[in-house]
Write a protein that binds this ligand. Structure first.
Ligand SMILES: Cc1ncc(COP(=O)(O)O)c(C=O)c1O
Length: 392
């Protein structure tokens, strides 16, 4: 009676169950898995948020499939500040970046079609693809002291069923940032093979090196995705956008259909659209403290990694960091042991690393908790590497 595409195995994993148990028992936890900025001491003051959401026009309903013009102009201004001149007519508003993916998959793919996504990358993409009956095919990011796109491997992954290539820059969890030469290579490939280029650029404002955005691609039909969830630290507002780039004719054809898809849902709320210009203009209220937090935690990680039984892999942006602990240590066992030690981290297998032996930590945690958590990780990894698993 229920669809095959929703036939997931819903038995929760052991790690999630143990984390829930620790949280509901009220056990103190150094949470290095927290990715919600509103729970990490980076929330907006309620009065500032309330003021932005209290526009008197919220009483009226003015449905606009692509989104209210003033809100799209505000997104265009944000993109211009990032170095991309985009006509507001090429922008479509959505409730979230995840929904932006869903709209693009509907636009680009029929059931069974393939979309190329990076590995490692974050797990939500699988779910979003399942929901559209689309098949994800991985292309590798390679690590050799820095993360690189493997262009020949990407090219080899293209089949007759491929419709799009997704890049996540900065990447979650590796922090890899797409360089200009890499963007050029993907742009050429997409144009030559008639594929769309989708750039998930939600973490662009945290890049430590200038990221090459997909809107700078000139040949392929390209879509930039982002939203207030990561640009302003406001996942609860539910406001995001798709911006189209590339040659005029395919962009116009795509936008015409995207508008029909968006019109079927009209999902971003009126109040969120009215608030968007003010919130986006005020984004440094979040981004300033966020960058300071990320910098402090990156420095703490570098210090903790010196002489430690793990490597902290260099990253060029984003909200997370990867620790390489070595393939001989069981990731899940280590994460469970760490929960017993009062520290939450994520195992690499959540993110599809090519090889085992990684932990992922969020850089959002308050610096004291982050440093204390890392000290316990260091201790626990050293014990696990020595084959000692019993609680201390
Ligand atoms: C790389 C990346 N893209 C998109 C999203 C989803 O963003 P949104 O809250 O706008 O759906 C996430 C959430 O963590 C993410 O890490």
């Amino acid at each position: 009676m229920l669809s095959r595409r929703t036939g997931w195995n819903l038995a929760g994993n052991r790690l999630a169950a143990r984390l829930d148990a620790a949280r509901s028992a009220g056990r103190p936890l150094l949470d290095l898995a927290e990715s919600n900025p509103t729970r990490a001491g980076l929330a907006w003051p309620a009065d500032a948020l309330g003021a932005a959401l209290s526009d008197p026009r919220i009483a009226a309903y003015d449905p606009e499939p692509r989104g209210l013009p003033a809100a799209r102009e505000a997104v265009a201004a944000y993109l211009a500040a990032r170095g991309h001149a985009v006509d507001p007519g090429r922008i479509v508003l959505t409730a979230s970046t995840s929904e932006g993916y869903a709209l693009l998959l509907k636009l680009l793919c029929d059931p069974g079609d393939e979309v190329l996504v990076p590995a490692p990358s974050y797990p939500l993409l699988d779910l979003l693809a399942d929901l559209e009956s689309v098949r994800l095919v991985r292309y590798p990011l390679r690590y050799d002291g820095a993360w690189h796109l493997d262009v020949p491997a990407l090219e080899a992954a293209v089949t007759a069923s491929t419709r799009a290539v997704v890049v996540v820059s900065p990447s979650n969890p590796t922090g890899a940032v797409l360089g200009a030469a890499e963007r050029e290579a993907i742009d050429r490939l997409c144009a030559a093979r008639d594929l769309a280029l989708v750039g998930d650029e939600v973490f662009a404002d945290t890049a430590l090196v200038p990221p090459a955005g997909v809107l700078g691609a000139s040949r392929a039909l390209a879509f930039h995705l982002s939203g207030l969830s990561k640009v302003c630290g406001l996942p609860q507002v539910k406001a995001a956008w798709i911006a189209a780039g590339g040659p005029e004719a395919p962009v116009a054809a795509a936008l015409e259909r995207l508008e029909v898809i968006a019109d079927a849902y009209l999902s971003i709320s009126g109040p969120a659209q009215l608030a968007l210009p003010r919130l986006l203009a005020d984004r440094e209220r979040f981004l300033g403290p966020l960058r300071a937090r990320l910098a402090a935690n990156r420095a703490a990680l570098a210090a903790a990694a010196s002489g430690a039984p793990f490597d902290a892999l260099p990253s060029a942006g984003g909200w997370s960091a990867v620790l390489r602990i070595g393939e001989t240590i069981d990731e899940e066992g280590l994460c469970l042991a760490l929960l017993d030690d009062g520290v939450a981290v994520q195992p690499g297998f959540f993110y599809d690393f090519e090889r085992a032996g990684h932990l992922v930590v969020s850089l959002l945690a308050p610096p004291d908790a982050f440093a204390a958590g890392l000290a316990r990780v260091r201790d626990r990894v050293a014990r696990a590497a020595a084959g000692i698993w019993d609680p201390k």
